[in-house]
Every structure is written in C-alpha cells, then in structure tokens.
Design a protein around this ligand. Sequence first.
Ligand code: ATP
Ligand code: MG
Length: 628
Amino acid sequence: MRYEEFHRRSIEQPEAFWAEQARAIHWHRAPDAILDDSRPPFRRWFVGGETNLCYNAVDRHLEARAEQLALVTLSTETGLTREISYRELHREVNTFAAVIQSLGVGRGDRVVIYMPNMAEAVFAMLACARIGAVHSVVFGGFASHNLALRIDDAEPKLLICADAGMRGGKVIPYKPLVDAACAEASSPPAHVLIVNRGLDADLSRVEGRDVDYATLRTQHEGAEVDVAWLESNEPSYLLYTSGTTGKPKGVQRDVGGYAVAMAMSMWAIYDIQPGQVMFSTSDVGWAVGHSYNVYGPLIAGATSILYEGLPTNPDPAIWWQICERYGVRTMFSSPTAIRVLKKQDAAYLKQHDLSALKYLFLAGEPLDEPTAQWITDGIGKTIVDNYWQTETGWPVLSLMPGLDLKPVKFGSPGLPTPGYNLRVINDVTGEDVAPGEKGVLVIVPPLPPGCMTTIWRDDARYVSSYFSHFKELLYSSLDWAIRDADGYTFILGRTDDVINVAGHRLGTREIEESVSTHPSVAEAAVVGVHDEIKGQVPVVFATLKQGAEGMSAVEVAAAMQKRVVEQLGAVARPSRIYVVNALPKTRSGKLLRRSIQALAEARDPGDLSTLDDPGALEEVRRALGRGA
Ligand code: ATP
Ligand code: MG
C-alpha cells in the first residue's frame, strides 16, 4: 500500500480510517461512535466500545498460535533464558491475575510495578490489564524518593517488585528501596508482592504487608480469571515522561485507542506480521518497552524479545547473537545504545548471521549522522530513525516499510505516521514556516488513538503543558523542527535547548551533530552558557572513542572547533570544549543538557531525580573546575 494515500486518508477521513484499523483487534462490544471530539483538547476514541488489552495480546492468539513463542526473556546478568509460548503466557498471566485479585486488586485500582526486564514484569502488566487494574511501571533502580513520588501520584493498592536487579554483574537490591519509598510515601500500598529471584540474601519482609509471589503462585496455579471488558476510554496504564526538561509528567493511556494504534503500527511502521520476531532493547519501564516489548508485538501475534543486561556483556556482539539465534526481523534500540557500541571494535557487528534482520529502528534522541552511518555500514541493514514521545505512545515520524519504504535521509526521522496531522510553525506568530525553515513541531488535534488521554488526575496540567502555547488549540511537541521540500522532518532539539549567540538562534543539536563528525568523538553535549557580551555562547562536553584517548585534549578540541566553524559558521564556534569520560543522562539515556548548562553557569543542577549516573555529573563539575 502506498504511504501517501494511507496517510492522507487518516487525516481527511479520520473516522472512516480508524474504524477500519479498529477491525484488527477484538471488540467485546462494538463502539457506538469512532470519535467524540466535543470537548477539545480532550477527545475520546471508539466511544462505548468494550475491549481488553490482555485479551488482545494473549487469549486471542490461542486458537491460531498457542505453541508459538510469545515472549523470550534473556538475561546476561542472571544467565537465565525463558522461552514462553502463547499458551504458557496465557497460563502465567491468569495465575498472576488470580494472585493480585487475591490481594484485593480490582478494576480501576492502581498497581505500581518496580521490576527489571524479566518475564514476571510482563505477566504483571498483562495481569493488571486483564482485570482492569491500572499499572504504573516505574523503571527499576530509580531511587526510593522517585518511587515514593510515583506511589503518591498513583496511590496504588499493590506494589509488585523483584528482590533485586542486576547491572554489569552487580546486584542492586530493590527491596530496601521499596521499603524506604513506602516509608516516605503518604499513600503507601496495602501490599508488596515480591518476585524473589534469590539475588538478595538479606531480603527482608514486612509482616502483614509483604507477600511472596512464589507462595501465592502455587496456591493459584491453573486459575482462570475472567477478562474485564473495559470501555475504550477507561485508563489502562500510567507512565512517566523521562524528566529531561523538568518534573516528569504522569501520562495516562486508554484501552481501545491504544490497542488499535499498537496493531496498526506493528505492520505499517515496524513491518511485523504475526509469527515474526521483534527485539526491542528497551527497558519495560519506558514507553518503548510498554509499546514494543509488550503490547505491540503481543497484540500483533508476534514474538517479543526482552533483554536484561548491558549491550557489551559478555561481549559487544551479544545483541547480534540474539538476532541470529531467534531470527529477529525488526530490531529497536536507541542512538545512545549505538553510541555505546560505537566505542567498541566494529568487527563485533560482523560476527553473526543477520540474514533474517531487515530493519534497525532507533528512537529517543536525535540520531547523528556519523552514528547512523557507522551502524548502517556495520550491519548493512536499513536504519530507521523514528521520533515520538512518552505522551504519544507510538511514532509520530518514521519511515514505514510496512507501507512502502521511502529513501532514508540521514538526520531525519522521516514522514508523519498515519493519524498525525503535523505542522511546523513559528514559535512567536504561530504561522506555518516555509520548507527548510525552523519552527516548533505541533500536532493538530484531535490526537490520534494511542496518545495520552490526559495527565493522571491533572487535566489542567495536560492543557497547560501541551495545548496553551499558541493562539490556536495545538499540541506542542516542545521540539524544534525543519520540514524539507519532500516533507521529511528534521528534529533540532527541545524548544528550551536553543542557544542565542548575539541574536543568532542556534540549536544545540546542530552543533552536537557537527562536533560528532570528528572521528575521535563518541558523543557530545552542547549547551548555551551565559556570556556578558554575546548573551550566550556554545560550550561543548564530549566523550571520545576508545583508542582516541591517546590524542591530547587540546588537539581534539582544536579540531572540533575547526569543524564547527567550517560547517556552521564562526557564530557557532564553541567558546570552550571539555573532554569528559561520561555525560550526564536520564535513566532513559537522554542527555541532561539543562543540568550541564546549570553547572556551566555555576547554578544548581535542578531536579536530578531521573539522573542515571551521578559520577557523570561529577565529571562535568570536575572538568569545569579544571578549565580548558
Ligand atoms: P520530559 O518530557 O519529562 O522532559 P522527555 O521529553 O525526555 O522528558 P520522553 O518522552 O522519553 O521524555 O522523550 C521524548 C523526547 O525525546 C522528544 O520530545 C524528543 O525531544 C526526543 N526524541 C525522541 N525520539 C527522537 C528522535 N528520533 N529524534 C530526535 N529527538 C527525539
Ligand atoms: Mg518530553
């Protein structure tokens, strides 16, 4: 099918278009109306329809593919691999649902899940979906304070956790964090359900509150739990944004719209048919993990691979080994992860038979051209950059090999996906900018199915965060973009990541991209730092590739500066360049430019609740102290 026709129809006749897409899922009761847009910016899809995410992800496949693998969980931390068929998944999810029901959880109740990438995390999510409970997965390993904040926002009846996570062979006990979070929270859960992997020898339990999954599982094994048929617009789950620009927002998702969007995106964007294999390297705690490790592949009747471990352990070929072993067709990862591999020998990319692999999708952060080129050459596959947000739940911009694959343009995540009516507008006037000119990327409402319905219990923040930036009622992505004459969109970074040098507005991303073309550079972060004369000047923090450390920092810095001046002009010339061993990032792998900038301006680094490695922030602090 042709992309243009498909997309045009989704915009011009949204109700007819989505009614067609809705046939891909099972409805217990057909919708009365496809769209209720009477109260913008809120909108309701498939009004009156009744369905269930777990039924669509599991039960529905029993007839045709009970023995097919539904889920493979693979851990290079514990050494455990589990291959789970749809029949087994059905059994495990029913048991899990019976267990959480026995703890008093029912329709509409919230359940916080705090687990690493392990099979029970998926069982727990689907068990909640089955009985109509609202899950809120909190990325495992977030500090107890973050967990407490999310507990207080969701007010869960139950918290499900693992005894511990592991990272690079090191055990990270979760239970003490859970205990501290419950002590800090003002609405702690009545019960904590522990899935014990036997990693934490000192695991302690709170009498009356804590229960072991293994014990309850034996009691409920073989139970069949009725599916709760939910109205399409009831909440299915809550999920927080990464917190790159400030306090994370609690995104609320619906049931029917999300199921339909998942089903459509799986074939149209990721080109996955029932029975094929998708491997997403995300953590279940992120939006990609929810949509493309759990709901998308399972709703599509595909096989999903969930990996726990580092991309470099036991060696940097581990992902490609997995691709070979399971015949992965579509792989999904992030530019950040590829830059980790880029520090390693490219020979690792060539060790395995990747003949089944067709696409590597990357999302989450701008994909710089050198990284895109490196991985394209290395694995010889089509690399598809796709742009989306936790809020949207699935891609906004991508190339769509399931429709027809347009040529890749490095640096661009491609074209609007079906249902997204996008404009690029001037941030002040709100007028559309000409092709090639920079503006803010906005979505013309109604947001398509699958996108957030509101911020949990905070409709006002939903409107003020996203819909109050322009005279017209438009969803602001809060990202800068350029659309070229062919309709390809380029993302230039966050609207608050702009450097104003003597009246010239430069995107941090453009300078980062330029710096990254230097062969020694692994990754770069550029921030605008206050300057008495020019207003702001660009300052670069860069990590170098392995083997490049031998070069003197001064040499590399001079070479980077030269490149920026050649490529972007003297106005973009970095005033200072710091070589560091690590850059501060969020737990989801996004550069924390606002914190780097704050340190560079001798300010407080701000909300660090989502910071991954405090050592990286220290690196920046030290580098600034050292001067360059
Ligand atoms: P917060 O909203 O809490 O500040 P966040 O925006 O980092 O955090 P996410 O929803 O995880 O939270 O990230 C979405 C953002 O990531 C996008 O708005 C965009 O800035 C960036 N992004 C995602 N994919 C791409 C991509 N392919 N190219 C460029 N940027 C991307
Ligand atoms: Mg955001």
